[in-house]
Design a protein around this ligand. Structure first.
Ligand code: NAD
Length: 250
């Protein structure tokens, strides 16, 4: 039976691959992104043949009213939301580096996009999931939630918070038939990482640090999300799962 999957940051990188993965399997997708032009491009290039299965919503996931409107749009189109994939995220601008160099406003922005958004989305979606007695929440954290990224204090703190928020969801809602999982990707080739991976020396240094000696793809992330959202993963609840070619193992 097809499921309704709410995906944030769906216009680019991991979010686009995640949306595509569920669409290909016959599921329905509520695609949310602040980048309306990006969503339009995906509609023309990737989602043309899935027009019956997808609803697009342009909105900022840090804003309560936008989040509530996107959840309402999903319910209006498809009746209910079965799976939340909280994927939208940012690393912050160049100034978002060490603690004493990060502007306060940029710290707040990173925390809002990466953490507050998940709180708002879950807050809006959970009452209906509780009533139904089922639901799955996949939060896209990062290995930066497990080990610190030097010079990326706000991002590191935000992804640690995503892992703990996931555990809080499990602690409070597992008894309602709801599962939450934090997926923690390592280095994945997407528009977010392009500027670094496009520099051959930097790319090599990154690859050398990964035991498996390869960069992951957005399709790897999408396949993992698909699995953890599905019935075969029924006993995963509250877990923070690294998918990183071994990055955090050494
Ligand atoms: N690429 C990697 O190496 C990597 C590794 C670990 C974790 N992640 C995580 O994966 C997620 C997706 O990253 P990506 O690499 O695909 O990045 P990306 O920059 O390609 O895509 C992020 C998307 O989120 C959207 N977005 C940003 N702020 C938003 C907001 N306020 N409201 C709604 N949408 C917003 C952007 O418009 C964009 O479409 C992020 O949470 C990121 O931290 C990425």
């Amino acid at each position: 039976m097809s499921r309704v999957v709410y995906v944030t940051g769906a216009a680019s990188g991991n979010g686009l691959s995640i949306a595509n993965r569920f669409l290909r399997s016959g599921d329905k997708v509520v695609a949310v992104d602040v980048d309306g032009d990006g969503l339009g491009r995906c509609q023309d290039e990737d989602w043309k043949e899935y027009s019956d299965q997808i609803v697009l919503h342009t909105g900022d996931v840090t804003l309560e009213e936008d989040v509530d409107a996107s959840i309402a749009a999903g319910r209006k189109a498809f009746g209910q939301i079965d799976i939340l994939v909280n994927n939208a995220g940012i690393t912050g601008n160049e100034q978002a580096s060490t603690v004493h160099e990060t502007p306060v406003a940029e710290f707040d922005r990173v925390m809002a996009v990466n953490v507050r958004s998940i709180f708002l989305i879950c807050r809006a979606a959970l009452p209906e999931m509780i009533e139904r007695g089922s639901g799955v929440i996949v939060n896209i954290a990062s290995v930066a939630g497990m080990v610190a990224f030097p010079g990326r204090a706000a991002y590191t703190a935000s992804k640690g918070a995503v892992i703990q928020l996931t555990r809080a969801l499990t602690a409070d809602y597992a008894r309602h038939g709801i599962r939450a999982v934090a997926l923690c990707p390592g280095m994945i080739e997407t528009p977010m990482t392009k500027w670094r991976l496009d520099q051959p020396d930097l790319r090599q240094a990154i690859v050398d640090r990964i035991p498996q000696r390869e960069i992951g793809s957005a399709e790897d992330v999408a396949d993992a999300v698909f699995y953890f959202a599905g019935p075969e993963a029924r006993y995963f609840n509250g877990a923070a799962l690294a998918m990183d070619g071994g990055y955090v193992s050494i």
